[in-house]
Design a protein around this ligand. Sequence first.
Ligand code: GLU
Length: 475
Amino acid sequence: MTDVRVRIAPSPTGNCHVGTARTALFNLLLARQQGGTMILRIDDTDRRRSTKASEEGVLEGLRWLGLTWDEGPETGGAYGPYRQSERLDLYRRYAVELVAGGYAYHCYCTEEELDQERKAQEAAGLPPMYGGKCAHLTADERAVRTAANPSPTIRLRAPAYDLVFDDLIRGTIRLGAGLLGDFIIIKSDGMPTYNFATVVDEHLMQISHVLRGNEHISNTFPQLAVYQALGWTPPRFGHLNLQLNPDRTKISKRTGAVYIGQFREMGYLPEALLNFLALQGWNPGDNREVFTLAELQEAFSVERCTQANAVFDLQKLDWLNAVHMRRLTVAELAQRVLPFMQGAGLLPASPDALALERLEHSVALVQERLKRLAEAPELLDFYFAEPAPAAEEFDRAICGVAAERLGALAAWDHASVEACLRGLAGELGRKPAELFMPLRLALSGRRVTPPIFETLVILGRETALRRLRGVAVAG
Ligand code: GLU
């Protein structure tokens, strides 16, 4: 193990978002590639919005994708606990230290006071920033203000110099002196703010690199101020590009699917989604596009992470999904399709060996053209349930004679049914396609199906003959 230590810090306030998954993937790739350690930390200091169910959902989404971590809330590790809500004493201890050292101070300003200040600044066309009312209170003044507001916040004094860091993806990023106001590190309810807790954790967990979304660039400056006040060395930061819809709006649940669970339900393979997410913010420098997680670990480098925003192109995802589905063995693909067939009521919760065999056979026929697993029930339903009567005209005579001939076959296999039906077409003076269409309609209720001979074999003699005879006597 090297001393590369990376982390993701999801907030358990909702479902597992693709942005979270992408950040997790990139950190994992960096860790694996450098022989480092991946840490999962739960950022649950927002007590009102954090839930256990969300924490479980986020972890389950990441696991479904095949992402792993070496240290975390359930995994354990030498730097725990890994939930921020279980580390509150640590944050308080360092906040007290900062106050004692003069780097931070108690702020008694009420919400209303701060609100008024903000409005006045806005009206004057100034950026909102704490004016420093409580920054230099005497002991007497503090006593008076404590009486009025017994639960002060704690603010860090913003440094009077430029804050600069060398972003791994974006190069030097700077915030000029005076542009960061004194900011809250402990809220009035005693909880740390994100910018404070994250620094304490990064340091105590010995995090060496932080890859995260570029919406956090502005947070990096207050975080740098905390590192400096505590005399700690910051990790290296790398801020990933934004993921945008093709129309350049930011992806969100209002504009489309953004949660891992949604992609799972739509029938994307985790392998394909991971592959897609990797290409949203990184490129291999050549024209390769199809990668497994193991191949990504080989090929990844932070230097090749892109600054330009990524287009969240579902057609690309569909294409990758089809590619990854074709790479599966038929047995594997059938296993992946199974829950969708069960969800559609086409297969029972515990299908018998015969049903599974039929699933494998039928899946093999559509493997080449399946784009998402969720399409399988619609393509394959008639192998597992009686077809709905087709609106088209049935050809009773053809079905009757085909049933008779097929019914006389000694063996029910591809070669036998093919020879039988081709012979029949010749006898009737019809082109094979003309004969097969009415049979296809009778067997499946539709005009487009996988090849007719395979279909007959998969359905089996009994079912196939019953459906043909059913049409022959109908009307
Ligand atoms: N909880 C924060 C988020 O999910 C973590 C940000 C970070 O990686 O520092 O956005």
